[in-house]
Design a protein around this ligand. Structure first.
Ligand code: SF4
Ligand code: SF4
Length: 138
């Protein structure tokens, strides 16, 4: 999904922080050691394809407003390519950020649209249901 006009990563680097990147032996949680330099990446020209190709949902989804940019709301949204789950991964420093009203409203809407919605907070995963209930997900 291409970025929609008016949206850009800007100072956000949530995908370089919270996601696991097996190609770099980077675990989920800590910053990628390459977070620095031009465009926020010290190896920008040699970054792996997974970095070149990744775009979070916020970039391409018009309904996600400016306050839901991942670094501002503390949650990154994406569709897991292996499970097709709609994932909301909170920054380790804000593990319950997915419960913020605007974020949670979006997650419930995605569940109502038929997605399996999973919010990850540290090592814990929660399933978000279309009726607004949420609970542990294994
Ligand atoms: S999380 Fe989204 S908005 Fe933030 S840097 Fe990554 S792709 Fe860009
Ligand atoms: S290699 Fe660069 S683009 Fe990829 S996660 Fe690390 S800092 Fe981000």
């Amino acid at each position: 999904m291409p970025p929609i006009p008016g949206k850009a990563c800007g100072s956000c680097k949530m995908c370089c922080q919270v996601l696991e990147i097996p190609e770099l032996d980077k675990p989920a949680g800590p910053d990628c050691p390459n977070c620095a330099g031009r465009n926020g990446c010290a190896i920008y020209d040699a970054r792996p394809n997974v970095c070149r190709e990744f775009e979070c949902e916020w970039l391409g989804e018009r309904s996600l407003g400016p306050r839901l940019r991942p670094d501002l709301c503390g949650v990154i949204f994406f569709v897991d390519p292996d499970t097709d789950e709609y994932r909301a991964v909170s920054h380790p420093a804000k593990p319950m950020a997915f419960r913020a009203p605007e974020v949670f409203k979006h997650l419930v809407a995605m569940a109502k649209a038929g997605h399996v919605v999973v919010a990850k907070a540290g090592m814990v995963s929660h399933r978000i249901h279309a009726n607004g209930q949420w609970g542990p997900w294994v």
